[in-house]
Design a protein around this ligand. Structure first.
Ligand code: AMP
Length: 281
């Protein structure tokens, strides 16, 4: 019966909470893939994993204004819902797409009390004030609405994954499932924001990725890692004429500054063509 239902259901679009509650009621093995649209192969890898591990997959597309600390960034964020829906439908792996309006999510106007603690005010939390407060707030609201068993999130946004896991798994039944970063053929991490880059920018991003790999390889040779990374940061800045928010080696379990490459990731955030890109390797 269940499989029959599943076959009959194509890809249902849900425009508000009420229709979502109604449609999802029969299902409890739900995999949830929250996105802001601009669907690319990174998102599709999350969907594939959800499809493998859960009976039903629901994708949300919601550009959450509350997580943008910069109005221009929100305005220029890529939006193409028709194209997104076509891509999602073609996968045949998405059962539901939730496309809420702002009011559907923020109907309960209670101001969020979420505060990122001091130890976590690092990397993007340090450079994008209010960003993760907005992310955690919307993720909590979406989780309450969708009530999934598993939430699939990308390691490309490693700090987001870390903070969401820490907060949500304490309060809700949902398990956060990390998914590997998907890259283009030149190893640039896929991102919706890449559509705002030109060919030259993408070549620069590919070259920066290569440099990061080299930097990580060479870290072992240096005693004073933070000094080495600071020097490398200056070099990257000067060579590529880019603004860099951070270049830091951190432990992947607790995000503390690390002085060894084992269990660590090298984190970077930089601007190309006024587009802020992040990566970690
Ligand atoms: P976004 O639409 O950018 O908010 O991303 C939605 C989800 O897709 C987040 O969990 C991201 O971490 C994940 N994601 C974005 N880009 C990639 C990528 N290149 N590889 C894997 N996951 C990604």
């Amino acid at each position: 019966m269940f499989y029959l239902l599943n076959i009959l259901i194509q890809m249902k679009i849900l425009l508000d909470k009420c229709s979502l509650f109604e449609s999802l009621r029969p299902f409890n093995d739900l995999g949830f893939v929250p996105t802001m649209g601009g669907i690319h192969k990174g998102h599709l890898s999350l969907i594939n994993k959800s499809n493998r591990l859960c009976k039903i997959t629901i994708v949300s597309i919601f550009i959450n204004p509350k997580q943008f600390n910069n109005k221009k960034d929100l305005k220029s964020y890529p939006r193409n819902i028709d194209k997104d829906l076509k891509i999602l439908k073609k996968t045949k792996k998405v059962d539901f797409v939730y496309l809420p309006r702002f009011e559907d999510i923020y109907e309960n106007k209670k101001k969020s009390k979420i505060k990122i603690n001091k130890n976590d005010t690092i990397l993007c939390a340090k450079y994008r004030k209010g960003h993760f407060e907005g992310v955690l707030d919307v993720m909590e609201r979406l989780t309450k609405i969708v009530n999934p068993k598993k939430i699939f999130m990308g390691e490309k946004d490693f700090q987001q994954l870390y903070l969401v896991k820490k907060r949500l798994e304490k309060k809700y039944k949902a398990k956060i499932i990390p998914c590997k970063t998907i890259r283009n053929k030149n190893n640039v991490a896929l991102s919706s924001r890449n559509s705002l880059l030109n060919k030259l920018n993408l070549r620069v991003a590919a070259s920066i990725y290569k440099k990061l790999v080299n930097i990580k390889k060479n870290i072992k040779k240096y005693k004073n890692i933070s000094k080495f990374l600071n020097n490398q940061k200056v070099k990257l800045k000067n060579n590529y004429k880019i603004k860099i928010d951070y270049l830091e080696l951190r432990n992947k379990k607790n995000l503390k500054v690390s002085n060894k490459t084992n269990n660590s990731r090298l984190f970077i955030a930089y601007y190309l063509n006024n587009v802020r890109l992040i990566d970690n390797i």
